[in-house]
Ligand binder design. Structure first.
Ligand code: DAH
Length: 376
């Protein structure tokens, strides 16, 4: 900076010439307007309003002017710096506002999006189907009853009128946990993996007050190899109703209702004579095919895969509970009667959903279960 000089004319000092001040101001204002973001504006501020900017340097020259010249030069430079400062501030505010708006849009969080994007998985269709069947009966006033899978041989066979030398006993290929080959009493009975859910009938009659209306879903075991149509572990659902005055007509009506609730209105059922030691009389129960409704029978042009063009689908065994079973459970067969029904749910799932291989149902592959979804 130069020392005061009386003969010094501000207009002679290059930096203080009005054109120079105007030029520097215009350049500064143009640069401010052109700054596209806050970073660029920061640089503009350093270049045009910083210590080494033309206007700051001009300002420094004022000190060396004679007193009479200082006021005018000071006013000019002051106005110029003021204008640049004001423009900087306005542009700064504008750019900050733009940035805030952009950030609000770009960084917005959609709080309605699911927080957990892992696939939801699915329930096993056997569980879902079993619960659907239970629901049908619970709606009719039945209770769900369960029993152990490791069962007393007496409950699995003897109490169900399957004595030690009963020929039907060998029909069910049994896993023995502790073999005893038949026993007249529960206490010294052998132990088996239950071969059917029918022992839950006995448990229910022994444990409950009459009348008894129970539905018993559960897993059962037989010494079969696992292949497309067999599995050593499978599910059954057992039905038992014991009351005064129950007849086969009640059984029939109950089964009709179940079939319609599970497969649709208007589907008929039929009973075919059969034999089970624990029911008398006994029957196999069929339902009209819910796909072709019998139309495929004798029509080779329209075969039905679901019923193999038979028109009927076999569901399970049923009958009026044998009085010997009631007696074994301490129930008076002169006063009480009732019916029972038992069927496998794997088979029902297979024809209901066109599952062709039993192994798909036991291997636990999510690709099998996922299409069935999460119905609960
Ligand atoms: N327990 C029989 C089985 O597993 C199925 C069965 C048949 C159950 C007739 C019943 C019935 O309740 O009445 O082969």
């Amino acid at each position: 900076m130069s020392a005061p000089n009386k003969s010094y004319d501000p207009v002679e000092v290059e930096a203080l010439k009005p054109e120079e001040i105007d030029r520097a101001t215009e350049e500064a204002l143009a640069a401010v307007a052109a700054a596209g973001d806050l970073e660029a504006l920061r640089e503009v501020k350093v270049a045009h309003a910083g210590d080494r900017s033309p206007l700051a340097l001009a300002n420094r020259e004022i000190g060396a002017l004679p007193p009479h010249a200082k006021a005018e030069a000071g006013k000019r430079v002051g106005q110029a710096r003021g204008a640049v400062g004001k423009a900087l501030k306005a542009r700064q505010e504008e750019l900050e506002r733009e940035r805030d708006e952009r950030v609000l849009v770009e960084e917005a969080v959609d709080v309605t999006l699911p927080y957990d994007r892992r696939p939801a998985g699915a329930r096993h269709p056997l569980t879902t189907l079993s619960e659907r069947i239970e629901d049908v009966f619970v709606a009719m006033g039945y209770e769900v009853a369960e029993g152990p899978e490791v069962e007393a041989e007496w409950l699995n066979f003897d109490a169900l009128n399957l004595g030690p030398d009963h020929p039907a006993r060998t029909m069910q290929d049994t896993f023995f946990v502790r073999g005893q080959a038949g026993s007249p009493r529960e206490e010294d009975s052998g132990v088996v993996l239950r071969t059917h859910t029918s022992p839950v009938q006995i448990r229910s009659l022994l444990a409950r007050e009459l009348p008894v209306y129970v539905i018993c879903p559960g897993r059962v075991y037989r010494t079969d190899e696992l292949d497309a149509t067999h599995t050593p572990v499978f599910g059954q659902v057992e039905l038992l109703a014991i009351d005064e005055g129950l007849t086969m007509a009640d059984l029939r009506g109950t089964l009709d209702h179940m079939v319609r609730a599970l497969f649709g209105e208007g589907l008929g059922t039929r009973l075919r004579p059969s034999y089970f030691p624990f029911t008398e009389p006994s029957a196999e129960m069929d339902m009209v095919c819910f796909v072709c409704r019998g139309a495929s029978v004798g029509d080779p042009d329209n075969p039905c895969r679901t019923c193999s063009s038979e028109g009927w689908i076999e569901l399970g065994g049923c009958g009026m509970v044998n009085p010997r079973v009631l007696t074994a459970c301490g129930v008076d067969p002169e006063r009480y009667s009732g019916f029972a029904f038992g069927f496998g749910i794997e088979r029902m799932l297979m024809f209901r959903h066109n599952v062709e291989d039993m192994r798909d149902m036991v291997e636990g592959d999510v690709r099998f279960t996922r299409p069935f979804g999460m119905e609960i």
